[in-house]
Design a protein around this ligand. Structure first.
Ligand code: GDD
Length: 390
């Protein structure tokens, strides 16, 4: 059998996602109408003999209870949320649940970061992984030299695909090839993680630490059970004929900010054209709204036939879009009401918010910039006050 693990992280890392993360765990935020984590989950359909999908993170159990039971039913593959009581790092989290992960006696363990947006080419990766016969295969992509430094930079052998060198977010340029955060490992990876953890333990006993030091300087990276997949595992294993790379030519982005979630929502909408055209709004009936480009509309949303929607818009459940409304490049969350002739572009409108008539809510539209988009959180109201009271 094979198993899949999606690393979902936890709330302490979600600050850049405020105010949206006040109301929803980031992995559940909808991109193109489906929770962020659902895109890698659905990609797991491409894995042969898949026994289980695990989500590992340190969010509250209850944040994921409803979601995992719904998606398990839909997929007919059990999806379980495994909660760490504290963060162990991306490799430490895997290792913490090794006994559970090994229960199905998996041949391969697929590991995916939750906060990446790509086509998750898992079957092609698996074919490459089986050919390489290493203990791990990484998905890699060529990006611009300027943006590479935000990621793990890699050097691979052009012929054999072997990972020769790995540098996590290096200060000086190493390579334009980056680690996409999608891996296939054999169970041997647990031995490598165990090696790092026990080396740290020995260190702790050899080097006597004063109690003051222990109290004030125990950083995450010196805790024996905090192990990062990238710098602690991939870096030392590079160049040892254990790790290999598989290059993707498809789209790939990282989702650390709400701006990038707008960008990734449109990438997934574009992907639907190939993978799930039925999810895209058609607007072919005479009484339906005008749709431009890629648009997703939840079946329970109501859109007035004089509204114009798109490109790159996704509208969640029970939203009401009034007459003459114009929507461009935005995510409209559940139960939002947009009143007549309002215009919304490059924005995220939070749950149960109301945007009044003739309001213009406009973002700049540069999704990688700090100030690129406009965000209304849950229950925001943008509308004219009653004039007689002033
Ligand atoms: N369960 C759990 N526990 N998950 C964690 C923990 C943890 O303690 N720490 C991080 N994660 C999850 C995050 O939610 C994310 O999905 C993934 O592990 C990696 O997160 P980070 O370790 O914070 O690294 P990063 O996102 O800055 O960069 C990594 O991913 C890039 C691709 O998106 C690195 O591996 C880079 O090299 C890579 O380019």
């Amino acid at each position: 059998a094979n198993v899949a693990v999606i690393m979902v992280g936890g709330p302490t890392k979600g600050t850049r996602f405020r105010p949206l993360s006040f109301n929803l765990a980031k992995p559940l935020f909808p991109l193109a109408g489906q929770p962020m984590v659902q895109h890698p989950i659905l990609a797991c359909k491409k894995i042969p003999n898949l026994a289980q999908i695990y989500l590992i993170g340190f969010y509250e159990e209850r944040d994921f209870t409803l979601y995992v039971s719904a998606i398990s039913n839909e997929l007919k593959v059990p999806v379980r949320y495994l909660r760490e009581e504290k963060p162990h790092g991306s490799a430490g989290g895997l290792y913490y649940f090794r006994d559970l992960l090994m229960e199905e006696n998996p041949v391969n363990i697929f590991v995916m970061n939750c906060d990446v947006c790509c086509s998750f080419p898992l079957s092609d990766m698996l074919a490459a992984h089986l050919k390489y016969k290493g203990i791990g295969t990484l998905l890699v992509k060529k990006v611009s030299a300027e943006s590479a430094s935000e990621f793990g930079e890699i050097v691979a052998d052009a012929e054999t695909g072997e990972l020769l060198h790995y540098a996590e977010k290096p200060e000086t340029f190493v390579s334009e090839w980056i680690n996409c955060g999608v891996y296939i490992f054999t169970p041997e990876i647990f031995l490598a993680i165990q090696g790092v953890a026990s080396e740290r333990n020995n260190h702790g006993t050899l080097r006597r630490v004063s109690s003051f030091e222990a109290l004030h300087f125990t950083t995450k990276s010196t805790q024996a059970d905090f192990v990062r997949l990238d710098q602690d595992i991939l870096t030392p294993l590079a160049g040892k004929r254990k790790l290999y790379t598989y290059e993707t030519q498809d789209f790939w982005e990282q989702i650390k900010t709400p701006g990038m979630s707008l960008k990734c929502s449109s990438l997934y909408l574009a992907q639907y054209r190939l993978t799930a055209p039925d999810l895209l709004a058609k607007g072919d009936k005479s009484n339906s709204a005008k749709f431009v480009g890629d648009v997703y509309v939840h079946p329970s949303a109501k859109i007035h036939h004089t509204a114009k929607v798109g490109p790159n818009v996704s509208i969640s459940g029970s939203a009401r879009i009034g007459p003459g409304v114009r929507l461009i490049g935005c995510i409209i969350l559940d139960d939002v009401e947009i009143k007549e002739n309002a215009l919304i572009s490059h924005s995220i409108v939070g749950w149960k918010s109301i945007v009044g008539r003739w309001a213009r809510v406009q973002g700049v539209g540069d999704y990688t910039a700090k100030l690129g988009i406009t965000i209304l959180g849950k229950l925001f109201v943008v509308m004219q006050r009653e004039s007689h009271s002033y």
